[in-house]
Each structure stands twice: as C-alpha cells, then as structure tokens.
Design a protein. Structure first.
Length: 622
C-alpha cells in the first residue's frame, strides 16, 4: 500500500488501520490524519508529532508502525485510537482470541488480498478482523467465501499479517499456541516436597516445553477470560479443551489425539495425582502464579470410554466478590439477610443447585460477621478460598473426617460462628440444628429449588418441627443470571409467550434489553453474572407454621403475604431494569407459584379422596 504525504492527503479507513488516518468522529466525512488523532488523545505533543512526521518523510514508512516500533504507543493503544476515530470496534489480535481452524475459510492468498482474518464463529456469526471494517465489497466477499453472517472489527495491518504468516506457514492451532508463551509465564508453586516416582516415557514427553507451554496457554487464556472451569476431554478425533465463562462452555482448542495423554499426565503431575492410575477418578490441587496473581486450581479426573477427562476449577481470588452489596441483592432482601446474620445464634441456610454461587454468598456472610472478637470456624469440601480471621478445615472422607464428625469436633473448640459447606445427611443436619440451638450462629448450604423447600428438606431428614422452628433464622435461595454485555446492548420485544411465562402479559409492546453479541463477550451478548435471590426471613407466624409442619404451599403463601418475592419475580425485576434479558431470567428460574398451586391442588385432591373413601366405609358399615 502506498503512503501519501501525511501533511496534505486524506487517507482511507484501511490506511488508518495501517497507520495512516481516519474520519474525524466529530465531523462526518472529514478525514483526519493519525497524527492529529494522537495529539487529540494526548499521546503526542505537537512538537513530538512534527519530529515523527519528519522521520516518516525520510523513511517512507507508515506513521503508526513507526511509533509502535519506537515504543511511543503500543499496538493495542494504536488500535483503540483508530477504532474510536473511525467509530468501530477494535482488537489487538493474540492467541486465544483466534480459532486457527477457521483460517481455511479464507486461505492465505485471500486473507492477504482482503487484509482480513477470521477470529471466531458463534451461532453462525463469523467475527472477522480487518484493516478496513467498513469496506462493503470486502465484507460481501467474506460472506460469499464463508456463507456466514459477518461481524467486523478493526485490527492494524501488521497484526493481521503476523497471524496470516503464521497460519499460512502451516502452523496448526497447537503450534500457534505453543509459540505464544514461554514456560515462565505460569509458575507452578510446589507447596510441599513430594517424590513423584520413577520417570516413564510419557513423563519424558510431558517434561518437554511444548506440552508445558500448551497447558500454560490453556490456563492463561482461561484466567484472562475469567473462566470458572477448564474441561480437557478426549474424543474420537483427538482432544478438546473447553472453558466455562458465565456458566456456558466454549471451545478453546483441539489438540491432536497423540497429545491428550501427555496433557493429562502434565496436569496430574503438577496436581500431585497418580499418573499411572487411569481407571479410577482422582482429585488434586495446583497452586500457580500467573500474571503476578496467585491462583488455585482444583483438579478432577474421570475415566471415560475414550480416555481420561479432566476438569480444572479455577479459584481466582481476584474474581471473588466478598461484599454482600456487590452480589446483586435488592435493598430490601439485603436488609433481611443482614438481620438473619446479626442474630447471635440460629441457623441461616443458603440453597440452590450446584454452581449457583452458594459458597460465594456464605463467604460474603462471613466477611460481614468476622471480627477479632469472634471464633469463626468453617467445614468445607474442599476449602476454596482462604479467608483472614477464619479457621478453615476441609472434610476428608478417606480417613473418616466427615461433615458431621468435623462439626462435632468444632463444637468443642469454643466457636461463635460455624459455616458448614453442605448439609448432606441426617447426622450433619441434626448436629447443625443442635449447634444453632446452643448459642452458635450456623451458616450452611442445602440443595433445594427454593427457600420454602429448605424447610421440607430438613423435615424429611428427620429434624423435629419444634427444633427446626426454634433454630431457623431464615433461608436464602439463589441462582446466577448473566448480565447483558454493555458493549452490544440493544432493544428487543419479547414474544407474548415469554411475557406470559414471566407474568408480564400486560407488557406486550414494551421494549426490553438484550445483548446483540460482540467481540467483547465472545458474541454471546452477556458479560459476567449476578445473583438472583429469594430471601425468606422467619417471622413469628412462619415459625408457628414450621412448628406445626405445615405443607410447603401454605408456607409459601405466608411468605408471599408479607411481601416475599420468588426467584422468578426477582429475575423479572432485573429484566425490567435492563440488567438481564427476559429469556435469560426464564432460563435460570422456575415459576414457583404455579408449582405451589399444583402441589396444593394435589394435596387437596388427596385429602378429598381420603374423606370420600372414609365416608363410603362408614356408610357401608352402617
């Protein structure tokens, strides 16, 4: 591409991405040189710009490339300036953002001609990085080549050519990943000296830097993208590495089949697991330092038909929210939850399915009550995050240290506050209730669908109603819903069925918000998650009803009578506020009122049938 004299000639968006100029954001149609934009951004002074233009004139090189090489501006910053100036989305290409398997959609020659490279494809929409993201003929050509909907973002020419060169040279997705990091980018911290046993051929393969770098890239990419889990799975064609972001799994890369065993072995070694044992599930833990942060990984292995599958849970304290007011409680629900925690004794339950954020809520509750004046003890399986001023222990079933046994031991440790990671069985439930009745504040989790269901669950476990009614302070049921991505939020109009399911039949024609999908959110339309909470504080009337072992539908009616809001209603309120989409709320919550109505109707029918049968028996006897 030829470079015109920067002092006089306007330049195109393509040359802007190469380091030329761009349309002014404030004056439609006017072309602004890159130097002017950099001065407006405060990156350069007029004197520095004059010197840079003089150097450019003598060298004949592109201004942007020259400034990046001189470390005046980073490539990422240059993209930001150009993107703002053009009014488009910009990206600094790196491994982890690009799915190399999509390169075959273009081929090297077409990619060079278009100065474009495919990044990733989600739900039939292909995101493409281009030097000229507003060039309609090029975009039409990409649509013809790929048969996909196309979303374009801006990248500088040097960045695009770098990746075209790598993939055109025959680099596979694994080759690209392996060259992107050094072994030092992730440091495995050995907290204890352990003899790893004799070295096998597989161990030698694992000890090579390519496998180490591959694992490092998978870890770093997941950490940078704030993933909660990494899945390493065998399949018929090789191996697949996926990571979970905001509750949804996404593909990261697909190593060839020959690498799967080595990847598994590398992770088993650093997780202090038995490399030779492939028939039984195992668990391990890894402590790493990545990008200056200390991060724990919880490793779980499972034998499958095609080989071992690993799941790594990422425990990054940087992503842990410990303040209750940051979790998503509405003010009234938060005040109610605080009242439960401020009582000197009693049982506070947090319920919900696996992965709904119960542990984070409990940690936040501990953060509220912890004090040097209190002895706080937790029993967890396992300990996920280390908390100051809290004595934490984890269960160890292999040696007989169960929740119930640990809880009995803790009661002899003069505790003020006890956190039980999960009430799994009758014994643990009995000890937890007794602890709450003997002057301790007990926080625990339980697997139920809603707050009212926790009462029925404990009664089913054999807890006497009079004991539960005296011990229970309240219950919090929760789910995690995805927040709308702020970069691509747009209006939409839900269908009549969606509105009816949400109890909003009178809102037909009302605009709601949802994410359209962009590079920032991996084209999902969502970014991060927030809690949806149903808070049931035990009132005197509810306590009386629990003592009488009233059925769940009656407890729920009483809960609603005093202003209690169900999970569905809390989620719908978030959708009305624009925090999430209605579709997402309906996905993560159920209609408890309808369920309660069905439950009550079923119980009424059973009672009516029993009365009819009794009357028939009496009549026959007479």
């Amino acid at each position: 591409m030829s470079q015109s004299a920067p002092q006089s000639s306007p330049v195109t968006p393509a040359s802007a991405a190469a380091g030329g100029g761009a349309p002014s954001p404030g004056t439609p149609g006017r072309r602004v040189r890159l130097g002017e934009a950099l001065v407006l951004e405060g990156v350069l002074t007029q004197e520095q710009l004059a010197r840079a233009l003089a150097q450019q004139k003598n060298s004949g090189r592109l201004l942007g490339e020259m400034l990046v090489e001189q470390n005046v501006i980073s490539g990422a910053h240059l993209v930001q300036v150009l993107a703002r100036t053009l009014g488009v989305k910009g990206v600094q290409l790196r491994h982890g953002l690009i799915d190399p398997t999509l390169f075959k959609l273009f081929g090297a020659e077409e990619a060079e001609r278009l100065l474009a490279i495919p990044m990733f494809k989600v739900h039939g929409t292909l995101t493409v990085a281009m030097t000229d993201p507003q060039n309609l003929p090029k975009i039409d050509r990409i649509r013809q080549l790929t048969n996909c909907r196309v979303r374009t973002v801006l990248a500088i020419e040097a960045n695009i050519k770098e990746f075209i060169k790598k993939y055109a040279a025959g680099e596979t997705s694994i080759d690209a990943f392996l060259t992107s990091l050094s072994e030092q980018d992730v440091e495995v911290v050995d907290r204890e000296s352990v003899d790893e046993g004799p070295t096998t051929d597989l161990d030698k393969m694992v000890a090579g830097s390519p496998i180490i770098n591959l694992v490092n890239v998978a870890l770093l990419t997941a950490i940078r993208d704030k993933a909660s889990d990494i899945h390493i799975e065998p399949d018929k064609k090789g191996s697949r590495i996926r990571y979970r972001i905001d509750g949804v799994l996404r593909d990261l890369m697909k190593p060839p089949a020959g690498m799967h065993a080595a990847i598994v072995s590398r992770i088993k070694v650093i997780g202090k697991m038995d490399v030779a044992e492939k028939r039984l599930p195992q668990e391990g833990r890894v402590h790493i330092v990545a990008e200056g942060r200390e991060i724990d990984l919880r490793v779980s292995s499972m034998p499958t038909l095609l080989g071992e599958k690993l799941v790594l849970r990422i425990l990054d304290k940087a992503n842990l929210k410990v303040r209750l007011d940051e979790l998503g409680f509405r003010p009234e629900a938060l005040a109610s939850f605080r009242r439960m925690l401020e009582k000197p004794h009693g049982l506070v339950l947090v319920t919900g399915p696996t992965g709904s954020g119960k542990t984070t809520t409990l940690y936040s509750a501990l953060d509220l009550v912890r004090s040097p004046e209190l002895n706080i003890v937790t029993i967890e399986d396992p300990v996920e995050y280390q908390l100051d001023l809290v004595n934490q222990t984890h269960v160890h079933d292999q040696i007989g240290l169960s929740f119930a046994k640990a809880l009995r031991s803790i009661l002899r440790q003069d505790p003020d506050v006890i956190m039980v990671g999960e009430i799994r069985d009758q014994e643990t439930a009995h000890v937890a209730v007794q602890a709450a009745l003997t002057g301790h504040l007990v926080l625990a989790t339980l697997h139920t669908n809603d707050a009212v269901g926790a009462v029925a669950r404990l009664l089913d476990m054999g807890i006497e109603p009079y004991l539960l009614s005296s011990a229970l302070n309240g219950v919090v049921a929760q789910r995690l819903a995805r927040s709308i991505c702020p970069s691509c939020a747009t209006k939409y109009y839900p269908s009549e069925k969606e509105l009816a399911d949400a109890g909003l039949a009178d809102k037909v024609g009302r605009a709601f918000r949802k994410g359209g999908g962009c590079q920032s959110c991996h084209d999902s339309g969502f970014q991060s998650r927030f809690g949806v909470y149903e808070v049931m504080e035990v009132t005197p009337e509810l306590r009386r009803m629990v003592h009488k072992a009233c059925p769940s539908h009656e407890l729920r009616a009483e809960f609603r009578k005093w202003g209690g809001r169900t999970l569905r209603e809390e989620g719908v309120a978030a959708a009305l506020d624009g925090q999430s989409s209605l579709e997402e709320v309906l996905r993560v919550t159920t209609n408890e009122d309808a369920d309660a109505h069905e439950e009550g109707a079923a119980k009424d029918k059973i009672a009516k049938d029993a009365a009819t049968a009794a009357a028939a028996v009496l009549k026959e006897a007479a």
